[in-house]
Design a protein around this ligand. Structure first.
Ligand code: NAD
Ligand code: GLY
Length: 359
């Protein structure tokens, strides 16, 4: 069951392939590998155990001998040092401008390899092969690449689009439950920001996703990628609309930074953050108590946190959110639901309101 869609960005357009077994089916995606230079698979110690050989073999079957650059596993390694390790690997292996990187892994590998591809010799091709639910539906699509800085998440990076995204739904079979839940946070996000019918679909079908029913999974991943592709098509570099994809992220990034990278997963921070944004919307009268409860309940049903970490005081949010990339002139900007299915950027939220929202 193959689904394909195009991220329409003019000359930077690219396909997304969604199928069980896509990774080992080069006939689907080999046309996207247009350069004849070195092919380097960047992955991590965990993902390589299951998926490096199948991808290498797929490439071998079309006459490509790929090199592999294996990084340690974890958000705490998404930093300039490990970004530099990728560049060093490319240089030590005499990779030229005609090289292509395959980013095989979750969002950490995708973000870091994409940024390395953007910088190496002023830009080489890269192909995203996401292996987590979160990276299927969010990080592999849209060209945001970055590493973290001790003072803030994703603070060093570039917009740089891949040449293709290859989503193999079979890779979820090895993904731990906690990571599936983290991906569900981003899935639910699309319902809240864009598509109330999809939100309702998730209320009705979350159990089938958890059971990894292929038809449901394929529909959900396709719909999320379709929404993200449309948003990125309208606003590739976040001049305006694209900021809606950051629902819950302002609060969530603060949690991730406060707790130390990797302690709370990105999706967990986003989940709690979306409840906080929904509470702001409730207090402002944008959404009803019933809709607030639907949001909270769907997040909780998907095994995600709905409140802040006990050790994190409300004031810590304000201190950390001041570094958010959406901010302008020292004001914290928030994405808040106007209704269930639509959100906007609000510039007038007071610190008192934000403190109330974090609960
Ligand atoms: P991750 O990359 O850390 O992967 C989660 C864990 O699952 C890791 O331990 C990884 O090794 C393991 N793993 C990956 N695939 C597996 C599989 N198939 N089976 C078993 N284990 C597997 O985390 P993530 O949630 O995929 O991504 C989070 C990162 O993505 C954050 O750094 C976040 O900032 C970034 N992000 C970027 C964007 C963007 O637009 N670029 C959007 C959202 C998130
Ligand atoms: N994950 C937010 C974005 O891609 O803009």
């Amino acid at each position: 069951m193959l689904k394909k869609l195009i991220v329409d960005l003019g000359e930077r357009s690219y396909p997304i392939f969604i199928a069980d077994g896509a990774l080992a089916s080069p006939e689907l995606w080999q046309d996207c590998l247009v350069k004849r230079g070195k092919v380097v698979i960047v992955t991590n110690e965990t993902v390589q155990k299951w998926y490096l050989e199948p991808l290498k073999n797929a490439l071998k079957s079309i006459g490509v001998d790929a090199l592999s650059c294996i990084l340690p596993d974890g958000e705490q390694y998404k930093d300039l040092q490990h970004f530099n390790d990728i560049l060093t690997f490319l240089l030590e292996n005499s990779a030229g401008r005609d090289s292509t990187i395959f980013a095989l892994g979750g969002g950490v590998i995708g973000d870091m390899s994409g940024f390395a591809a953007a910088c190496y010799q002023r830009g080489i091709d890269f192909i995203q092969v996401p292996t987590t639910l979160l990276s299927y539906v969010d990080s592999s699509v849209g060209g945001k690449t970055a590493v973290n800085h001790p003072l803030g998440k994703n603070m060093i990076g570039a917009f740089y689009q891949p040449k293709a995204v290859i989503i193999d739904l079979n890779t979820l079979k090895t993904l731990p439950e906690r990571e599936i839940a983290a991906g569900m946070a981003e899935v639910i996000k699309y319902g809240i920001i864009w598509d109330p019918e999809f939100f309702q679909y998730l209320e009705d079908n979350s159990d089938k996703i958890w059971a990894q029913d292929l038809e449901t999974l394929s529909h959900v991943v396709y719909r999320c990628c379709e929404i993200k592709a449309e948003v990125v098509h309208q606003d590739e570099t976040e001049g305006g609309l694209r900021a809606i994809l950051n629902l819950g992220h302002t609060f969530g990034h603060a949690i991730e930074t406060f707790m130390g990278y990797g302690v709370w997963l990105h999706g967990e921070g986003v989940a709690a953050g979306m409840v906080m944004a929904a509470r702001l919307a409730l207090k402002r009268g944008n959404i009803s108590a019933a809709d607030f409860e639907r949001i909270r309940a769907l997040i909780a049903k998907n095994r995600l946190p709905v409140s802040r970490p006990e050790s994190m005081p409300g004031e810590a949010f304000l201190k950390l959110m001041i570094h958010d990339k959406k901010n302008r002139q020292g004001h914290i900007n928030y994405i808040i639901p106007d209704s269930l299915g639509h959100v906007s950027l609000y510039r007038d939220v007071t610190d008192a309101e934000a403190l109330e929202a974090v609960g």
